[in-house]
Structure formats: C-alpha cells, structure tokens
Design a protein around this ligand. Structure first.
Ligand SMILES: Nc1ncnc2c1ncn2[C@@H]1O[C@H](COP(=O)(O)OP(=O)(O)OP(=O)(O)O)[C@@H](O)[C@H]1O
Ligand SMILES: [Mg+2]
Length: 218
C-alpha cells in the first residue's frame, strides 16, 4: 500500500529571480518502508519533508496521501491528517518546556481528541524513559529529549513518521542510539522517512534517496 506519493513536485521561490528548492520530484513511500533522504545543506531535504508532512504545499505537482489528493483537501482536512496520521520528529525536539515527558507525549492525543495515559506511559517505556516520565525537558539530556519526541510522534499510531535531522543536535554515539530506536520502531511495522546530510547515518535505512539541488539524483 502506498502511504504517500509525490508526482512531479516542484517548489519554486521567487525572491528576485525564481529559484527551485525542489524540481520534479517523483517519490513513493510504501507502507512499512524505512527511507532516508540524503543530501547536503540546501539541497531541499526539509522542504521535501515539509511537503510530505502536509506542512507546506508545492508550487506544482501532486501529493497523494493514502490515495487522497492532499492538495485538494481543505486546510482542516490537512490538519486532521497531520494530527492523526503523521508523526514528526525534528532536530531541535520542539518539546513543550512546561510539560513533563508524559504530558508532552499526551499532547498530540489531546489534539486528536483521545487521550490514553497508559499508552503514553507504554511509549515512554518503549523509548527507554520509563523512569523519567515526570521529568520536564530541562531535566532531560538531548538524547532523552529526542526519545520523548519520538514517543510523541508515535502517540496517535501514525501511518507515517517523518524525521528531519533527528540526530543533528546529538553527539555521534547518542545519534546512533536514536537511529537504533527508529529501526526498532520500523521493525514493529511503522513507516519512517528521515532526512540527514550524513552518509553514514543514511545507511541505517532500508532505502536511500539522494537529493542534490532540489532533484533526486539516485
Ligand atoms: N521561504 C523560502 N524562500 C526562499 N528560499 C527558500 C525558502 N525556504 C527555503 N529556501 C531555499 O530552498 C533551499 C532548500 O532549503 P531546505 O531547507 O529544504 O534545505 P535542506 O536540505 O533542508 O538544508 P539543511 O541541511 O541545511 O537543513 C535552500 O537553498 C533555501 O535557501
Ligand atoms: Mg533542513
């Protein structure tokens, strides 16, 4: 089953002269895939991930999410898919500083209208934070914060997990541990796309897409 399909997706910015952050991207992610998008800074990785996450829209092309044309949806429909179907993990974690680890994991459940405290606890145990559920972000290490963000991304059992440089702010050992965790989560049947500029890290994935100057080059 296709989770998301991009057809001839381009993203053009016009600041002075037109600039293509993405050009004619064709990409399909099947259920159960573990895909890495590898490319240098400025190659369009975040732009691509934001379009896949329905956080941004392309200037042209099609975005099909689970068989539905995402560009023909209302903003409310897109927001609902973002909330229920997509889990995001970012380089800088973006946890709420005022909430505990457990509350951070419960937050997307609240937005989706179904809070399950036990599930939040299970997810935190799964990411190895069973004993730190009541810590606030400032009481956690960088790696632990990213684990909370991963548990949060899983909160609503998403069809697709998108991670933008999830190890970019971590030392290499911690980064490898985080990728190991992604791999475990993938083996449990999740679909994961992560972005990195690090060739070594991209090898953790089952499939690699190489981005250069807004184009897929292999
Ligand atoms: N709002 C914008 N207006 C104009 N240009 C933009 C805008 N957003 C991004 N760009 C340009 O699009 C290109 C791709 O940016 P993007 O953030 O996708 O790169 P990236 O591969 O994620 O880089 P990094 O590894 O540094 O995060 C860059 O050249 C950037 O300057
Ligand atoms: Mg980026």
């Amino acid at each position: 089953m296709k989770v998301i399909e991009l057809k001839k997706v381009s993203k053009k910015y016009v600041l002075g002269r037109p600039f293509y952050a993405l050009k004619d991207i064709n990409l399909c992610v099947e259920k159960g895939e573990f895909l890495s998008i590898l490319g240098p800074s400025g190659s369009g990785k975040s732009t691509l991930l934001h379009i896949m996450g329905l956080l941004d829209t392309p200037s042209s092309g099609e975005v099909i999410f689970k068989g539905r044309d995402a560009l023909k949806m209302s903003e409310d429909e897109r927001a609902e898919i973002r909330s229920k179907e997509i889990g995001f993990v970012f380089q800088f974690f973006y946890l709420s500083p005022f909430l505990t680890a457990k509350e951070n994991v419960m937050l997307p459940m609240m937005f989706a209208g179904e809070v399950n405290e036990e599930r939040a606890e299970e997810l935190l145990k799964k990411v190895g934070l069973g004993d730190k559920m009541d810590n606030k972000p400032y009481q956690l290490s960088g790696g632990e914060r990213q684990r909370v963000a991963i548990a949060r991304a899983l909160a609503n059992e998403p069809s697709l997990i998108l991670a933008d440089e999830p190890t970019g702010n971590l030392d290499s050992k911690t980064g490898k541990d985080i990728l190991k965790l992604f791999k475990e989560i993938w083996r449990e049947g999740n679909t994961i796309v992560f972005v990195t500029h690090d060739k070594e890290l991209s090898k953790a994935a089952e499939r690699k897409v190489h981005l250069l100057d807004g184009r897929i080059v292999g």
